[in-house]
Design a protein around this ligand. Structure first.
Ligand code: NAP
Length: 435
């Protein structure tokens, strides 16, 4: 078999697992690729005690790997958007294909890097960048190519989903579960990327760019985190037959493309509502196929390595056939990528969950329902709870029919002016995920 040489930069969680999978399964993987795969060079500034590198060449300067003329495919697993970007640029300029798991880098600099790869006649593959081990990029880019993508919705951050699952199952508070997630090593030391939705937004723009053939414009994703969700909201949602999930949603509508990451109530009977713990899942609605669902491990060394190695095998097959990989990075050639109108959030129409505290006296409930009907919003369900001991106000939960955010904002602004309603009002979007 013809040899294809792989260089791995970064020997942390994913880098270590990728090296181990490639070393452990060399024969099987080489048979699949039709070439002799082997890791010829590792770039790691220090050893990984969990990953023995046998007699594989190791350089402390990762750029030695990017410049090594022997290396055919560079696997970037250092993360971040500065050194990683420079490393990939160096590898592309040396005529190497690149495989990466780096969603932040692809989301923020993908367009520039894909253009550079084109210029050098090589490609960048990034299956592991979205939903870890789940092969959603290949599915969306290639196996759903016969469809117009109508919408997709995904649980694409395992840490956030773990927190919401614990809140639901054990009635725990957000901050308490977050501390545990950090201790378990799920969440980053700075958890903002996970819980404020930035990581999910990185992944969503990648999926949307493929689904709609649009540029990777990360900053245009509306991003709302889960830190303000309370155990009470999780309970009330359940009472109404819903679960709260942190979803990334990309949807084609007449007004343009909706790109949004936010907490969402979804009916408990939907499969997505039952994706718990650190697992990820993405639902894609195609014009011909209808709904499809992809579920599995969204993180973890071995699961992510599974996606990295699949990209390596794809590229190795092309190298063996001495052909330039034919599938464009986003599934559409650079010159056919078209900018889309992004629908402003005030125009995005969804049903709403609204929780407020109102005075428990005659007429207040009528006042509340009148505010909704003044804005043309009809009420699907309304629950009034008993007051807590010593409280004069009672929790009221309203589930509305579909309404643009602009209309709901007007209702909330009117409520803010009423003495009978407490200042803090919680609004969460609802998605029926109808198929
Ligand atoms: P990690 O465990 O922190 O490993 C990163 C490795 O890169 C470490 O060996 C680190 O070396 C090295 N590194 C970082 N910056 C470097 C630099 N400037 N120069 C040289 N080496 C450098 O991270 P990871 O979890 O494997 O993540 C790697 C990538 O995979 C990231 O882009 C991440 O977003 C992505 N990803 C991870 C997962 C997952 O489950 N972990 C899932 C999907 C995607 P030191 O040890 O010396 O710092």
């Amino acid at each position: 078999l013809k040899p294809v040489k792989i260089g791995i930069c970064g020997l942390g969680t994913v880098g270590g697992s990728t090296y181990q999978v490639l070393s452990r399964e060399t024969e099987l993987l080489s048979a699949r690729a039709g070439v002799q795969l082997y890791v010829s060079h590792i770039g790691a500034r220090r050893d990984n005690p969990h990953c023995a590198t046998a007699d594989t060449r190791v350089s402390r300067d990762i750029f030695d790997v990017a410049r090594d003329p022997q290396v055919d495919i560079l696997v970037e697993l250092i993360g971040g958007t500065t050194v990683a970007k420079e490393l990939i640029e160096t590898a592309l300029a040396s005529g190497k294909h690149v495989v990466t798991a780096n969603k932040a880098l692809i989301a923020e600099f993908g367009s520039e890097l894909f253009a550079l790869a084109d210029k050098h006649g090589v490609v960048i593959r990034y299956e592991a960048a979205v939903a870890g081990g789940i092969p959603i990029i290949k599915a969306l880019r290639e196996r759903l190519a016969g469809n117009q993508i109508l919408w997709l919705a995904g649980i694409i951050n395992g840490t956030g989903n773990f927190i919401l699952t614990e809140m639901k199952d054990k009635g725990r508070a957000f901050a308490d579960v977050l501390a545990e997630a950090q201790a378990l090593g799920y969440a980053e030391a700075d958890p903002t990327f996970d819980v404020e939705g930035i990581d999910a937004a990185h992944k969503l723009i990648i999926l949307a760019a493929i689904a709609f053939g649009m540029p990777l414009e990360f900053t245009r994703v509306y991003t709302e985190g889960i830190s303000r969700i309370t155990p009470r909201d999780v309970d009330y949602a359940q009472e109404l037959g819903y679960r709260i999930k942190h979803l990334g949603i990309a949807k084609q509508s007449e007004a343009g493309v909706e790109l949004r990451v936010h907490p969402t109530l979804i009916p408990e009977r939907r499969l997505l509502a039952n994706v718990d713990g650190v697992k990820n899942a993405v639902m894609v609605e195609g014009s011909a196929v209808g709904p499809t669902l992809y579920y599995g491990a969204g993180a973890g060394g071995d699961a992510t390595a599974s996606a990295v190695v699949a990209d390596v095998i794809d590229l190795a097959r092309d190298i063996a056939a001495e052909q330039r990989p034919q599938i464009a990075s986003l599934g559409v050639a650079q010159q056919n990528i078209v900018a889309q109108t992004i629908v402003p959030m005030v125009q995005v129409v969804t049903p709403w969950y609204v929780r407020l505290e109102a005075e428990d006296r005659a007429g207040v409930m009528a006042q509340i329902t009148a505010l909704f009907s003044d804005e043309g919003i009809s009420i699907e369900a309304l629950i009034q709870k008993a007051p807590s001991a010593g409280e004069s106000k009672v929790p009221v939960i309203v589930l509305t029919n579909a309404a643009a955010q602009g209309r709901l904002d007007a209702v909330i602004a009117a409520m803010d002016k009423l003495e009978s309603i407490a200042d803090e009002i919680m609004c969460i979007r609802v998605e029926m995920l109808d198929v």
